[in-house]
Design a binder for this molecule. Structure first.
Ligand code: FAD
Length: 374
């Protein structure tokens, strides 16, 4: 996204005077979500966006990292600086080894009260949605959930948090004018991950908070991995093939899976196919599903309703296959193919297979080792 596009909108808005107590709040914070030492990429996406917003406000970007292991937290903190944080606020405590609302809320609330950031951003993931709502309640401040754009209203030194509303048919921009910090959650995949710069220098603050495990009513008894975790790849895939109700039956998804496998991509779909049980809920794309930004999105048997569109509009190229030439998806697809997917997808599979086998033959002539890498 260019700097031009990032400029705050020049809207005429009444200038409101901020309560002097709240004027003390300065800086933009990003909560860095990690589980089992693995950072959710939305944290890096938000640091990239926070850097852009911080330029307008002329403030520092802070990252908040919690965990139960100092070495893990140190590694993540270093990465946070590389992705754009100026200051990293760390809290390491055995109570923070696994996510639980109560200790994480207590820590984040204490940090915010002490350091007073004016903006606090979190990913719109299951974990951070839970944390954000709990923290906002304790801080008695405003939280805008599931944002798709963030800008700054310089007149009021306020965050303009934009999110879909009325079933995705409208976008509304929400400002928290009289409370601080201004909180927002943003869906994974909405903003690009910035290029990390390992030469960046940042300050690490190791915060010692007195957490009393006896005060926390939830206990972690064990960890059961999420069987759908692999579908996290959907938000990151370069190629996504989406199936809609036009596929007619669940078994037709095997064609989409075969094409996706050949292209190194992932399969997703619309809400009706998820509701019909043809596809796992984790693979739903759109307003109530995932936001994706692949290089290529191939929509198969999908009409292109606005609730689906909001999840795919950041794709580099949209290819639509639909047997109805008047399907709305053709209004915004880059390439439209009018026809029956049962003819088009097998033809695409044949072309890709032929291409792979001719490349294989070519490499084989140059040396078996290279061909086997294919
Ligand atoms: P349809 O609209 O039925 O389209 C099927 C298409 O397949 C048609 O265009 C048809 O021409 C084509 N077709 C039929 N046969 C063939 C064939 N043989 N070959 C090629 N094409 C064929 N939807 C989402 O996707 N994601 C969301 O997150 C989401 N959230 C929602 C939230 C709310 C609050 C509401 C009210 C709705 C939401 N929806 C969502 C539903 C959305 O409004 C649409 O109903 C849905 O996207 C339509 O799905 P579809 O394109 O699969 O089905």
């Amino acid at each position: 996204m260019s700097e031009m596009e990032e400029k705050p909108k020049n809207q005429k808005r009444k200038k409101l005077s901020l309560d002097p107590r709240l004027s003390e709040y300065r800086g933009i914070w990003v909560f860095i979500e990690q589980e089992e030492a693995k950072v959710h990429p939305v944290g890096w996406e938000l640091l990239g966006k926070a850097r852009i917003l911080a330029k307008f406000l002329e403030v520092d970007v802070g990252a908040v990292v919690f965990g139960g292991n100092q070495a893990v937290v140190d590694t993540i903190s270093k990465d946070a600086v590389a992705y754009g944080a100026d200051i990293v606020y760390q809290v390491v405590d055995p109570s923070l080894a696994d996510y639980r609302s109560d200790p994480f809320t207590e820590c984040l609330v204490q940090l915010v009260k002490k350091y007073k950031p004016e903006i606090l951003l979190l990913g719109a993931t299951s974990l951070s949605r839970d944390l954000a709502s709990s923290v906002a309640t304790f801080l008695e401040t405003g939280l805008t959930a599931d944002c798709t754009e963030l800008t700054i209203d310089l007149e009021n030194r306020s965050l303009e948090a934009t999110r879909p509303t009325f079933g995705g048919s409208l976008l509304c921009t929400i400002l928290t004018l009289n409370y601080r910090p201004q909180m927002a959650t943003v869906r994974p995949g909405v903003f690009p991950i910035p290029l990390p710069n390992t030469d960046r220098k940042g300050t690490i603050i190791r915060e010692q908070l007195q957490l009393n495990e006896a005060n926390f009513i939830t206990k972690v008894l064990g960890f059961i991995p999420d069987p759908y975790k692999a579908s996290e790849k959907l938000s990151r895939a370069d190629v996504v093939i989406g199936g809609g109700r036009g596929l007619k039956q669940a078994s037709h998804f095997s064609l989409l899976r075969e094409l996706a496998m050949l292209l190194g991509g992932e399969v997703g779909g619309t809400r009706p196919v998820v509701q019909a049980g043809w596809l796992e809920a984790e693979r739903q794309i759109g307003q109530t599903g995932k936001t994706i930004r692949p290089k290529v999105y191939i929509a198969v048997g999908i009409s292109g309703a606005v609730q689906h569109r909001v999840g795919i509009e950041k794709a580099g190229m949209i290819v639509a296959i639909n047997n109805d030439p008047n399907a709305p998806i053709f209004d915004y697809a880059d390439i439209g193919i009018v026809g029956d997917f049962l003819e088009i997808i097998p033809a695409m599979i044949r072309v890709v297979k032929n291409k792979i086998s001719s490349t294989y033959d070519c490499l084989k002539k140059q040396g078996v080792g290279k061909a086997e890498e294919l």
